[in-house]
Design a protein around this ligand. Structure first.
Ligand SMILES: [Zn+2]
Length: 243
């Protein structure tokens, strides 16, 4: 299956350059990052402290952003965007460009111990599903209002973004919509395989386990402490008999 070619466009100051660099080096069977453009200076905000779709489209046009050689263009910005969404399809510019905001993501993800890289990687997968199925970005085709731990959860409650990208998946209805189009047969299995890479660090998985099952955690701690004591006593006696 051919890999989807993605252009990254960084708008203004970027706090998560290390995550963007990680994405550029990421080895995927579904996509490849072909280049990364930086537009360092932004115009004045036109929506309080944020930006409208129109303002960003004008910026991309004046910066001569060319998407002819790619399947998708992801623009990352650290400010609020129209309707305080996480992502906006920039259909005023073209059918391949998506604006992605980091605004409020860090505080939600930190609370749930989710890596910001999940957000970037998850957006990539969500957008390539649309390009693969519809040959354009059109999130509205898949979005559903309720939270199903699916790539196309609307996240009207913004904190649900940590569920959506913590360990993402596709709900049966979205899978049916994808499979009703002429996508490559390998596409959904490869996508499911890539979801498995969205693991939390071991440290945070242990914390989550303790929060979820405190009694079992205490039992495991007590049993392992007793076993460690028995083992250390046995080793001590063994060493004493040898020397
Ligand atoms: Zn879904």
């Amino acid at each position: 299956m051919k890999k989807f070619k993605i252009q990254i466009c960084l708008l203004g100051y970027q706090r998560y350059l290390d995550k963007i660099e990680k994405l550029q080096k990421y080895s995927s069977k579904l996509f490849e990052i072909t280049n990364c453009i930086e537009i360092k200076q932004l115009p004045s905000c036109d929506l309080e402290w944020g930006y409208s779709d129109k303002c960003i489209c004008q910026l991309l046009t004046s910066s001569k952003i060319d998407n002819n050689s790619v399947d998708l263009c992801l623009c990352f910005i650290d400010s609020p965007i129209e309707c305080n969404y996480f992502t906006r399809d920039l259909s005023l510019f073209d059918s391949k460009t998506v604006l992605c905001s980091f605004y409020q993501v860090e505080s939600i993800f930190n609370e749930e111990n989710v890596d910001i890289f999940n957000y970037i990687h998850g957006i990539v997968l969500k957008e390539i599903v649309q390009v693969a199925a519809l040959h354009e970005v059109n999130e509205d085709y898949f979005l559903h209002d309720d939270t199903r731990n699916c790539l196309f959860d609307m996240c009207g409650l913004k904190r649900d973004i940590a569920i959506k990208y913590g360990m993402p998946s596709l709900c049966p209805s979205c899978i049916a919509k994808i499979e009703s189009t002429a996508v490559d047969k390998e596409f959904v299995p490869l996508l499911n395989k890539e979801f498995k890479s969205f693991k939390k660090l071991l440290f945070y998985r242990i914390i989550d386990f303790v929060k979820r099952k405190p009694l079992l955690s205490i039992t495991i701690t007590v049993i392992s402490t007793i076993m460690m004591n028995v083992l250390s006593s046995f080793l001590f006696e063994l060493l004493k008999s040898l020397f």
